[in-house]
Write a protein that binds this ligand. Structure first.
Ligand code: PMP
Length: 383
């Protein structure tokens, strides 16, 4: 497995290798640097200044169940969901987290019975996001335990099912699959934004996770939010965040609030340059067209065909254009990740997602230059 350090090492190769065909193209991580161009264009609109004396207290809103939630950030979350129409925020508690990764852990903590003799099973339908099993079991908790592919789960009693929709790695719209009465569901909606998938209705689940990482591309700000119906579950999630980090960076929340504000403003202003989502939708559409054309020669690769749906945000029908390409190596190639590595493209094997090593996940959100180099490499491989 590549670490972040390896990532910077190969970016270095990418910029210094003399011949473009010798460059290592690293598309293993879902780093959303594609969005930098838009935010650069926004200039100072997202700049905030925080003086030395500000944001010093641990506390943000002592009257709120989530006492470390910055009110301005909460307001911008509600506004953006209203503008996009992708989630119901009424009668929900908002819990902020250091990325939705922390909120995922908080949700597991909150939903696991405290007095059970055995850890509760945590499942997700394969192919599932590769971090779920690693995060669930990293502390070998007595509270919860990874139990694999939800489609094979047949134990009775309580369980937690993770539903990622649209799904990482394959981009399909997902619903729960276990359907037993004692299931507790966590909906990870990191990619339920109109640049990736048609918005079909406002999501209205018990526990929903979102992140600025995939919405606006501000992964380094490390901010996510949960919309939680049940007060006791929200309280326990807050407790977890108190125990692990005594709250969430106020500086980051204020920066995220400003970014979400500018994203909402861009949708409402009808400027000629278009909204943030128009920009990112167009860029994703262009990339998917390029990739689809590049892999069209029959024989070597295939990709899933995801059905189009009507999007209430764009008021039109379109096919999902996921943040990742889920590519299958056809024929005799059994180690698809290895095949890409031989061609100096780093991607993540299907085996990390509970699927076959004939499949790989490829990041579609890298900078333009890297994506262009990737498409050229794919064309070269097939020649
Ligand atoms: N959920 C899913 C499905 C993801 O793909 C990611 C990021 N790869 C996350 C959660 C984590 O997001 P964050 O940066 O907010 O921790």
């Amino acid at each position: 497995r590549l670490s972040i350090t390896d990532f910077s090492a190969s970016s270095f190769f990418a910029s210094t290798a003399e011949k473009s065909e010798e460059r290592v193209i690293n598309l293993d991580h879902g780093d959303p640097t594609m969005y930098e161009t838009f935010w650069r264009r926004m200039g100072d609109r997202t700049t905030i200044v925080i003086s030395g004396w500000q944001t010093m207290s641990y506390f943000s809103d002592i009257g709120n169940l989530c006492w470390f939630l910055e009110p301005e950030f909460a307001q911008q979350i509600i506004r953006l969901h209203k503008v996009v129409g992708n989630a119901v925020t009424e009668n929900r508690h908002i819990v902020v987290g250091t990325g939705s990764s922390q909120l995922f852990q908080a949700a597991l903590y909150a939903l696991s019975p405290m007095d059970a003799t055995d850890p509760i099973s945590v499942v997700s339908a394969a192919p599932y996001y590769s971090s779920y099993p690693l995060i669930t079991d990293c502390l070998k908790s007595g509270l919860h335990k990874w139990a694999g592919d939800a489609r094979c789960f047949n134990k009775s009693g309580p369980y937690i099912e993770l539903i990622t929709s649209p799904n990482n790695p394959d981009g399909f719209v997902r619903h729960s699959v276990v359907n037993q009465s004692e299931g507790m569901l966590v909906h990870d909606l990191a990619y339920y934004w109109p640049q990736y998938t048609p918005i079909t209705s406002p999501a209205d689940y018990e526990l929903m996770l979102f992140t600025v990482s995939k919405c606006t591309g501000h992964a380094g700000t490390r901010i996510g939010w949960a919309l939680v119906k049940d007060e006791q579950v929200a309280r326990k999630m807050v407790k977890f965040i108190e125990l692990s980090t005594i709250g969430v960076s106020k500086d980051s929340q204020l920066r995220a609030a400003q970014v979400l504000k500018v994203a909402s403003d861009s949708c409402e202003s009808h400027e000629e340059s278009g909204s943030f989502f128009d920009y990112s939708y167009q860029l994703m559409a262009k990339r998917w067209k390029q990739l689809t054309e590049a892999v069209q020669q029959p024989g070597l690769f295939s990709m899933p065909d995801i059905p189009p749906q009507f999007c209430s945000f764009y008021k039109k029908i379109f096919k999902p254009q996921p943040a990742f390409a889920w590519v299958k190596c056809e024929g005799e190639i059994h180690d698809c990740e290895g095949f890409f590595r031989e061609n100096k493209i780093l991607v993540r094997s299907g085996k990390h997602f509970g699927d076959s090593p004939k499949l790989v996940r490829i990041n579609m959100l890298d900078r333009e230059q890297i994506f262009e180099a990737f498409v050229r490499r794919i064309q070269m491989i097939q020649m």
